[in-house]
Design a protein around this ligand. Structure first.
Ligand code: FDA
Length: 401
């Protein structure tokens, strides 16, 4: 079987793969874009509750996690949120800022996928959808990819198949397997932006399922002020998803349930309302069921007037740094992204090309770059896709990356 000849084969028609294909195609690179799913951009379609939080105005390298946090700097500086907004505006896709710099479509995430498909069409990109990749070979500076009954070959191969989060959607560790085969290192992948589970003594908090409140949550060096939500398995909500990326098994998560209360508020409360109870004092700020659970654990019965200032200061300290010991996470099945991935020291930060394998590239979530919650992951997908798409070359001769 004579393989169809291309300049570049891109594996994975998600956010990063479509962006790279469109940019390269529009430069005249002959691109084949391959995905085992029937339609491209499925994670885009389900993102942001169907409205796609497509970027974040506060994108910066310190809002991504990586073994080398400086790696993402170059690509993020060269393709910014303003660049993606300009593209979205060109397609007259209406959008709004929801909170914390997070930009969403007014309408549907489908508009973003349609836009990217259109951009790919503008670059004459060929598609191969709905069929699995059977084999990848590399010989004589060409990558040969077998897809169902046909084969394609190109001097350049781009790994853009994302990470294994949400395997029920066909997500897999495929990019890692291919990368390892070519001698690239992979930083241990683990679920991120994922709910945490509570067990043992803390399992009692699961009865609060559905209760949400604004907190500051901390794990490791991560600290986030957003909402936390109790679930029937443990803890979720934006604050918890954010700290999950910093959390390691065995570590504690500290939650400030009273981020807006000034120091000494409980003693002051005793002066004003001496007959208040711990539960009613906490209940002024927190939902009733949560106030009841926390007061029960603080276990200082009676009126505030019956308690010493020292006791009240200790209770206040407990509420400001409530320590949970999560038993785990809800795993890749519920993780919005994967932390870890193809090691950045194996890649050029300008082009996303593998340093040791001419013609091999890796972009998007497959790489060890993971953004915070709130549009940062798509911005990395667009930016790394553009960096790669601009560096793919036309013709057979590989050039040094
Ligand atoms: P992506 O996963 O988009 O694409 C990979 C492609 O490769 C897929 O099309 C897949 O089918 C294909 N593929 C996988 N294995 C293959 C194989 N073996 N052969 C061929 N093809 C293969 N981020 C954000 O910034 N804002 C948001 O609002 C959200 N919301 C959100 C919600 C949910 C529920 C999830 C799961 C994730 C998000 N994210 C997000 C994260 C965001 O979706 C993610 O970071 C990007 O889609 C990553 O883009 P990639 O192109 O790298 O992978």
């Amino acid at each position: 079987m004579t393989p169809a000849a291309y300049d570049a084969i891109i594996l994975g028609a998600g956010a990063a793969g479509m962006m790279a294909a469109a940019v390269a195609g529009q430069r005249g690179v002959r691109v084949l874009l391959v995905d085992h799913a029937d339609e491209p951009g499925r994670k885009i379609l389900i993102s942001g509750g169907g409205r796609c939080n497509f970027t974040n105005l506060h994108t910066a390298p310190d809002r991504v996690l990586s073994a080398n946090p400086h790696f993402a700097r170059s690509a993020l500086a060269r393709y910014t949120p303003a660049d993606f907004i300009a593209l979205v505006d060109r397609y007259r896709i209406a959008w709004h800022e929801k909170t914390l710099g997070q930009l969403f479509c007014d309408g549907s995430a489908r508009q973003i996928v349609a836009m990217l498909r259109d951009e790919c069409a503008g670059g004459g990109v060929d598609w191969s959808l709905g069929e699995p990749v059977h084999a990848i070979d590399h010989a004589d500076s060409r990558f040969r990819v077998e897809i169902a009954a046909r084969a394609a070959a190109a001097p350049q191969l781009v790994l853009a198949t994302g990470g294994p989060s949400i395997p029920q959607m066909g997500a897999s560790g495929f990019a890692y397997d291919v990368a390892r085969r070519f001698g690239l290192k992979v930083v241990e992948p683990r679920p991120a932006l994922v709910p945490l589970t509570l067990g043992g003594d803390e399992a009692l908090f699961r009865s609060l399922s559905g209760v949400a409140t604004g907190v500051v949550a901390k794990a490791g060096v991560g600290a986030f002020r957003e909402a936390a939500l109790f679930t029937h398995k443990g803890l979720s909500g934006p604050a918890i998803l954010q700290v999950s990326s910093y959390w390691r098994p065995g570590q504690a998560v500290a939650i400030d349930f009273m981020p807006d209360r000034a120091a000494g508020w409980l003693v002051a409360e005793k002066r004003v309302h001496p007959r208040a109870t711990m539960q009613s004092a906490i209940g002024q700020t927190l939902p009733g069921r949560l106030a009841e659970a926390l007061a029960g654990r603080i276990a200082l019965p009676g009126n505030l007037a019956d308690l010493t200032d020292r006791m009240l200061a200790d209770a206040e300290g407990q509420l400001a740094a409530w320590v949970f010991h999560p038993s785990g996470t809800e795993g890749f099945a519920k993780a919005e992204v994967t932390i870890g991935g193809i090691a950045t020291d194996m890649l050029s930060q300008k082009t996303m090309a593998a340093r040791t394998v001419p013609g091999l590239f890796a972009i998007g979530e497959a790489v060890d770059v993971t953004g915070w919650l709130g549009g940062y992951n798509f911005q990395w997908a667009w930016a790394s896709g553009v960096a790669c798409g601009e560096s793919l070359w036309i013709g057979a001769a590989p050039r040094q990356a």
